[in-house]
Write a protein that binds this ligand. Sequence first.
Ligand code: NMX
Ligand code: MLT
Length: 472
Amino acid sequence: MVYFRGVSAISRLRSRVGKQSSLSNSVRWLQMQSSSELDLKSQLQEIIPEQQDRLKKLRSEHGKVPVGNITVDMVLGGMRGMTGLLWETSLLDAEEGIRFRGLSIPECQKVLPSAQSGEEPLPEGLLWLLLTGKVPNKEQVEALSKELARRAVVPDYVYKAINALPSTAHPMTQFASGVMALQVQSEFQKAYEKGDVHKSKFWEPTFEDALNLIARVPVVASYVYRRMYKDGSIIPLDDSLDYGANFSHMLGFDSPQMKELMRLYVTIHSDHEGGNVSAHAGHLVGSALSDPYLSFAAALNGLAGPLHGLANQEVLLWIKSVVEECGENISKEQLKDYVWKTLNSGKVVPGYGHGVLRKTDPRYVCQREFALKHLPDDPLFQLVSKLYEVVPPILTELGKVKNPWPNVDAHSGVLLNYYGLTEARYYTVLFGVSRSLGICSQLIWDRALGLPLERPKSVNVDWLDNFVRSSR
Ligand code: NMX
Ligand code: MLT
């Protein structure tokens, strides 16, 4: 079976080794041991049973322990503060921001392997961390890099499916259509249709799909970019490059700084626990045993909304509208007026506020640090810095905004713009490529832990009215 390819190759090797002379036996055995250490799937095979046991025990011993109270506000307020999802790969604290498997962004920057010529973490390292909970070494990251490059093969019909859309279609529409076309190669769907995989092994074809998808989305995303904004020519993947550098290369940006930015960008946008719209959509659809392509396409459609991932597009367009109206050297007073004008016209200030965070997003902070290091004099970066001073007091004055501080989207656009990726409508596609790492990692764990169909209870206003009356 295709999805057992890696494992059965190892067992075939093992049995071959058994038949050879004892010296060559031990040499080969050593090679095999190290190759299993370098193989992400073998690592998961070791970890998954422990986690399955932990979850089983937790449920049987503590299944009835309440986690919180559900209030009418929560039912009507987009389920804010309602704990109702299991998400292993990352956890968000309102004050501190995201931790990937327990590690904050600065900690990831310190401990995850970087490229030989760079400092930022390699996204492959983060993927390994998200999936296994362990910090990988350089060799493991290199092996995963190679594995992803090997898997990054996109069939011709994917390009044809995208070409069927007008080139003016929103890049997210083109990207999500490309992901749907990739679904034709789903190993999970094949295995399920064949019916010979026990549900305890569903995670294995899910793993194959997840890694294939993560490997292939930069190729599809780059095609969308080049089709829309360049001459449509494909820049082939360079298998000597890491994931982030390759993505930058396939888009057509080969400067070392843009490659560094892409590594950082992909790392920090990858995951933001389970309740955000894209992650939750992916998880919900996956809970119906829809394969990773179907689930991730759903996630992308959520990411394409302006209150979620489209905000990065909105931020740069808004900043450019400020410059158009007031020039680059706008004073703080003028900027305040512009912010009020935006609010008074019934719009949000894009890039500010958050559903969970109550402090400046650490993803904003690390992008600011990148800018201070690499582009301190860029006029748009200086404008972003001025906004950081001007916007929070205004949103606070508004009285209703729970978090007046900037989120991840407030900063990413000016960095990309600086290195020549100026087409703001494309930005959410970059966010989408990055989010494949988190959502697909969790989908593997969803299947490994046998998480059930998601199906919360809904009620109507009559029901709520009667309920509050009878509970008085
Ligand atoms: N500008 C103007 N008004 C805002 C803003 C903002 N940046 N943020 C929140 N509000 C308003 C919000 O619209 C709501 O108004 P109303 O009661 O009239 O409907 C009120 O403040 C209370 O909202 P909150 O409880 O503070 O925020 P909520 O959790 O509902 O929404 C966001 C969170 C992120 C959707 C919201 O802050 C927002 O619209 N921000 C701008 C868009 C944005 O940057 N989105 C990107 C989020 C990060 N990401 O990548 O996904
Ligand atoms: C995200 O990265 O998904 C956003 O910050 C939104 C969220 O966490 O709700």
